[in-house]
Design a protein around this ligand. Sequence first.
Ligand code: NAD
Ligand code: ZN
Ligand code: ZN
Length: 384
Amino acid sequence: MLAMNYRGPGRVRAEEKPMPEILHPEDCIVKVLRSCICGSDLHLYNGNVPDTRVGSTFGHEFVGEVVELGSEVNKLKLGDKVLVPFNIACGKCSFCRQGLYGNCHESNPEATAVGGIFGYSHTAGGYDGGQAEYVRVPYANFGPTIIPEGMDLDDAVMLTDVVPTGYQAAEMGGIQPGDTVVIFGAGPIGIMAAKCSWLFGAGRVIVIDQNEFRLEFVKNYAKCESYNFRSLGDPVEFIKKTTDWLGADVCIDAVGAEAAGSAMQTITGRKTLLQAGSATALFWAINSVKKGGIVSIVGVYGPTGNLVPIGNVLNKGITIRANQASVKRLLPKLIDHVQKGTIKPKALITHRMPLRNISDAYRIFSDKLDNCIKPILIPPTAKE
Ligand SMILES: NC(=O)c1ccc[n+]([C@@H]2O[C@H](COP(=O)([O-])OP(=O)(O)OC[C@H]3O[C@@H](n4cnc5c(N)ncnc54)[C@H](O)[C@@H]3O)[C@@H](O)[C@H]2O)c1
Ligand SMILES: [Zn+2]
Ligand SMILES: [Zn+2]
């Protein structure tokens, strides 16, 4: 089958790889109909995630058709069209029982932090991902969710990560009615966090980025304010000034390790990898939230993190909440929002590209070329 193949930092190809096989009675095989490239894939692509092995296939956002079933799968049948949460979760361990599906202990037992994630390095369990024609899906009685009748596959694929992550970013912010919410990052995740902040009763939503096209898009899509940090001078001072010098009630980091905006952070966190990514957006979030405020982090960083103003976290008494999104927990209410039209996720898809052209797709998304917000990959076996 055709699949994405990682060759080292900055180098990916589409190549022939062996078909995936059922390895456990609760596995199924899914023929991929759509997959996406995510901002999280860029951390792998740029060499920021430990133990990303040459030869692995990325891709944690995909939908497809069930084509093979392990002997103990009883919740699915052949031909079912499913959307597959990016977290690999057993549904039964003590973490899953608390709804912490991003922290499943069964799918990645060697780690005490994150659970298994499709196509996300051996740090996240070493599973191959869905930027391929076929993919093995473990715990098939739990994760894969039947796509509701009539739902567009483009909307469905956005429910595997982007919509739940944006929603959980707003949820972890503990937004109270009338709150001012500042979101760093106008990528798909920041755009969705802005949209979902209103669902929690925000009174003002401000998005900060440097990409003019994305800032214009989010202003229209999420009906919020948006500002370019390149023309703000100091974004922290700007936010304080616009909030009566108190700071925002809630700040959301929807950028993570690839952040721009500080030469020192970029050199230490992205160029020399002396720290696990550049913490510029997180730094700004901590310093521009009000005393007693909440910082919600969905932007992904590597296992260690330096050069963050941790002393300010203490002195301001800030609550910081962070996690991978618990997709399966949020799906029922988010499917409802998509079906009612309150959230229209496919509007974020700007590029549809054949899986064969994956190296171009990574380059366009990584360098934010051609007004790209979200690229979607179509495998040759999937008929449009
Ligand atoms: N926690 C989760 O479950 C989860 C799920 C999906 C994605 N993520 C993470 O969320 C982050 C965003 O993902 P995405 O797909 O939107 O990525 P993306 O790369 O498309 O978007 C990131 C945006 O941040 C902007 N940016 C860079 N530096 C900035 C700064 N200092 N301040 C404000 N904006 C800045 C960039 O211009 C870009 O538009 C990534 O770190 C990704 O790994 C987390
Ligand atoms: Zn993702
Ligand atoms: Zn579990």
